[in-house]
Design a protein around this ligand. Sequence first.
Ligand SMILES: Nc1ncnc2c1ncn2[C@@H]1O[C@H](COP(=O)(O)OP(=O)(O)O)[C@@H](O)[C@H]1O
Ligand SMILES: O=P(O)(O)O[C@H]1O[C@H](CO)[C@@H](O[C@H]2O[C@H](CO)[C@@H](O)[C@H](O)[C@H]2O)[C@H](O)[C@H]1O
Length: 515
Amino acid sequence: MSEFVLAIEWQGFEKDKYVHTVLEDNILPPYIAQCRWFAGKARQIKLLKVKDTVHFGSFIFMTFEVKYDEGDSELYLLPLSFVEENTQEIAQKGVLCKASMDEKIGLLVDAIYDEKFRAKLFTSVFHQSTFPQHNDDSLVFAKGKAFVEETEEIDSILPNIDSSNSAMIFGGKYFLKLYRKIFAETNPEAEMVEFITQNSDFRNIPRFAGSISWKRETAPEITFGVMVEVIQSLKDDWSMTGDYLNDFLEAFVEGNFQIKESVFDKVSLLAHRTAEMHKALFALRGADSFNAEPFDRQYRRFLHEKFENLLERRYNLLTENYLKLDGQAQALAWKFMESKDMILEFIDQVLTRPLFSYRTRIHGDYHLGQVLATEHDLVIIDFEGEPESTITERKIKHSPLKDVAGMIRSYHYAVAAKLFNATETSTIEPKVLQRAADRWYKLIKDTYLDEYLGVFGSPHPLFKDNNEINYLLLFHLLEKAVYEIGYEVNYRPSWVKIPLIGIAEVLMEVEKLRR
Ligand SMILES: Nc1ncnc2c1ncn2[C@@H]1O[C@H](COP(=O)(O)OP(=O)(O)O)[C@@H](O)[C@H]1O
Ligand SMILES: O=P(O)(O)O[C@H]1O[C@H](CO)[C@@H](O[C@H]2O[C@H](CO)[C@@H](O)[C@H](O)[C@H]2O)[C@H](O)[C@H]1O
């Protein structure tokens, strides 16, 4: 905790330059560096600036901007509370500094750690309260279909989960995600979850229970948080698939290739739920932001430019990090670089080839970790979209095959990570391992895809024909694997070979299309 003792006054907080300067220079930099939600830990901070203050009873929502030496700046949300000493036990990681307010001594804390703040959030959703601000702006709490509580007296906890935002659970029933990195726009997750809950009968998402938004007179509104129902789940589908793969691995080291029927059943179930989600999104009419659209020129150009830029950035990243890669990853990276012309030619086709399929709002960052396994079913979560894209881009409509490609990539990841990282396989030749991984992947991929397409029947309402399905699926598989190189180089360099193998496999299919 910082040594500073800040004298705070909530009423004049927005204008108190001294308090802002101490926060910006002395308190926030060390504080945010230890917060899981702060995404700029690996970047050089050039400027940190307190931006806005939104009053919420005896609490404050403060926003601050972080500018870096390179790349885009970011806007963060930090709710603040003053907790008088000896009134409440506050977790050490929530304390910013010692403080005084109205002649009382206490602590300035991240308000999520203050149970009174959490209780006020709940009460405000309960009453659908509005908090007018000093200008014509207001802080607005909305209530959704899944909010069925009859009392506002409810306990709250901060669950111990891995989240890039801040989660709170109320009465074991309501899950509130308070966004930390915020955008000057409605968050796509709040929009998607609210729209699906209120306008469709698709049940395999946590249904919308409420939201917190800062509505501004002269600027777009900003979503501070979204409340949904709690999903009772022991694990996500990534760990569940990891369990099936443990069985597979055990048989494989004994010389058997074995996949249980129940595994195919689970894969089919996920394909089924994916198709139902896409059907629901396709059927949502009446609001421009959800109506299905064709592959018009403007969208084709957007898709093309985005992929070309991504490709360029990834080639540069791999070149800069080439010497840090192991021998196998270097060979794969080399192959990827040599294929540049073929990839560019394949991407170019999106500008001109006939495409009569539709595009709709989609999940956007679909992988096994975004699916929670309940006792008998699966529930899809986290509709925030691809973390690297801007918030406007995340709302652009795409072919649902982009989600399908995301999930297929995830199965590829699951088997590769399991077989190549296990100690049990350390003495097995890489070629033999690769062959087994390929077989597992192919069977699972075909099961997923066949079941997914089967749900829609024929003719398919969203996709024109098999040619288009094939091209769009390969396009998005390639795009996703290229995207993943960035994630792996930055966070798990020893896994970079997984997307590189994925790229090599897609390129073999692309070559077949050229013949
Ligand atoms: N509705 C929910 N009910 C119960 N747990 C949830 C719910 N939504 C998310 N979680 C848990 O929180 C974790 C993080 O959720 P996610 O939506 O991915 O948050 P973030 O985008 O902040 O990382 C999930 O992996 C899951 O364990
Ligand atoms: O944190 P998010 O869920 O928004 O997604 C990011 O992190 C994911 C890693 O957890 C990353 O996913 C990649 O690794 C997964 C296995 O850990 C694998 O299942 C996915 O297929 C693979 O893309 C995701 O790309 C990134 O956006």
